[in-house]
Structure formats: structure tokens, C-alpha cells
Design a protein around this ligand. Structure first.
Ligand code: HPA
Length: 278
């Protein structure tokens, strides 16, 4: 695989998956750190380990299973990424974009992107779910945009609009589900940083001043690729820790995974409710 993705790279990966399953997914899902258990309730599942898909970026991070699960959930045909790979693991952005491209090639119209995130908004608590209403593409502003390189005209425009990354209809549908099921959904702006080090108190005060509510190390590149080709995006953060704006508390990956145990059932309930209404 070269520096940038080609249509041939995407097709090679998609056909490796199609050889293992005849599911034709309409909805794609990416499950973040500690949130993978949603994939356990998928019916008639077919599994494809990432290592068996040519070019697929493979993750070694704890809390990420590292396989695709194809099957059905609430009557929808879905393809679920049980775990994702992050920029900090060393892959270049174009390569990190392959999974969303491949899910698009498999036929998805909608993608549900989830993550574990730190609360920058001081009123958010670990265990809260946050609907992503917009994002701050700080990593993209710093030059790391997955669309950098030759534009694949067949897939979308050179300069894609990002005025409405998170689909308004999916936002209202998700609000309805959360209200009906008393899930106490928060809303806000998500920011993706490169990681892997967590933020300093000064980083966090900067993000807060810039209007950020939750911070993590994913989602924004995936949402950018999704929108490039017109895939509708729903984004949900599971708040795993309070951000340490005053420098008094430490942040650890263990606490992120621990919070996932509380968050995963709530997230599962929310996503199942949304799928039922699609
Ligand atoms: N910062 C960045 N990424 C994260 C955090 C955090 O506090 N929590 C979970 N992912």
C-alpha cells in the first residue's frame, strides 16, 4: 500500500470481507475503548479479524477486540468495528481512513461512531453519554487530515463541506430515544487530539476556552471521511473521566476501561433504540 489510499486498496479489503460473509450492511458502527460489548448482541454474526483484511490498520490497544462483526441488530444489517486503530499507534492518516472507506464500499449509508472521552465541560461526569453535535478538528488544523493527498473523485469532492458533520435527523432521533428511555443524554463539541499522552491542565483550559466539551483521540478523522462521501454520521462519546483542568487528579487508561463497564450497557440501549427507528 502506497502513501495514499487508492480505489484498488479499498476494493481489495472489501472483497476479502465479502468472501467471508453475504451480509450487506446498511449501518456501520465503530466501538470505542471499553465499549465493544455492543457487538456481543449481534444476531447471525460473521467475524472477520482485522489481520485477515489486506491493508487494514491493526491495533494493539487494550480494550479493543480488533475484528469486524457483520450481522443484524434490531432488524438492521450492520457492520461493527469492535475496536479501532488510532493515529498515535503510528499509522499515517490515509491508512487510518481505510476502515470507513471499506464500510462505504460494503454499502453503508449511516455510520455510528462511538468513543471514550474525557470531560472538558466541568458539569459532565464519568458514566455520562454525550451526543456529539459538532467537532473541533484540531488534529486536522495541524495538518493531519485523512483526506490529504490525491482526491478520489469517485468518492467525493476535493473540498468537502463540513457545516453539518453530525446528521440533524439522527441527532433528533437519538434525543427522542434518550428521552423515552430516560438515558440522560448530554450534548456537546468533541475534540480529537493525536495522543497518546493525556492532556496537561493548560491543554485542557485551552480546549475549554475554545468551546470543547469532551476530548479524545479518535472519531474526527472517521467522521471526516464519512462526510466526504455523504455517509450520514451519528457520534456518541462515553464520558470516562473528568478532565483535570486544575491538575489535581491523574488520568489513566484503566479508569477509561472501568468507566466502559458502566457506559457500554447505556450505549447499547441508546444505539439499539436508534436502530429500531431507522
Ligand atoms: N483525554 C483524551 N482521550 C481520552 C480521555 C482523556 O481524558 N479519556 C478517554 N479518552
Amino acid at each position: 500500500m502506497g502513501d495514499f489510499l487508492t480505489i484498488a486498496d479499498i476494493q481489495a479489503a472489501a472483497s476479502a470481507i465479502q468472501k467471508k460473509t453475504d451480509h450487506k450492511p446498511r449501518v456501520g458502527m465503530i466501538l470505542g475503548s471499553g465499549l465493544g460489548s455492543l457487538a456481543e448482541s449481534i444476531e447471525n454474526p460473521h467475524y472477520v479479524p482485522y489481520g485477515e483484511i489486506p491493508g487494514w490498520p491493526v491495533s494493539g490497544v487494550k480494550g479493543h477486540a480488533g475484528r469486524l462483526v457483520l450481522g443484524s441488530l434490531e432488524g438492521q444489517s450492520v457492520v461493527v468495528m469492535q475496536g479501532r486503530t488510532h493515529y498515535y499507534e503510528g499509522y499515517d492518516m490515509p491508512r487510518l481512513g481505510l476502515p470507513v472507506r471499506v464500510m462505504q464500499a460494503l454499502g453503508i449509508e449511516i455510520i455510528v461512531i462511538t468513543n471514550a472521552a474525557g470531560a472538558v465541560n466541568p458539569s459532565f461526569e464519568p458514566g455520562d453519554l454525550m451526543l456529539i453535535t459538532d467537532h473541533l478538528n484540531l488534529i486536522g488544523m495541524a495538518g493531519q487530515n485523512p483526506l490529504r493527498g490525491p482526491n478520489l473523485e469517485e468518492l467525493g469532492p476535493r473540498f468537502p463541506d463540513m457545516s453539518q458533520v453530525y446528521d440533524r435527523q439522527l441527532l433528533s432521533l437519538t434525543r427522542e430515544v434518550a428521552a423515552a428511555e430516560h438515558l440522560g443524554l448530554r450534548e456537546g463539541v468533541y475534540c480529537c487530539l493525536a495522543g497518546p499522552s493525556f492532556e496537561t491542565p493548560a491543554d485542557l483550559r485551552f480546549l475549554r476556552a475554545a468551546g470543547v466539551d469532551a476530548v479524545g483521540m479518535s472519531t474526527v478523522p472517521e467522521a471526516t471521511i464519512a462526510r466526504h462521501s455523504g455517509t450520514r454520521v451519528l457520534g456518541v462519546s462515553g464520558i470516562s473521566n473528568k478532565a483535570n483542568l486544575d491538575g489535581e487528579t491523574e488520568t489513566t487508561h484503566e479508569e477509561v476501561l472501568e468507566a466502559g463497564k458502566v457506559l457500554a450497557p447505556k450505549l447499547t440501549q441508546l444505539v439499539r433504540g436508534v436502530l429500531r427507528k431507522l
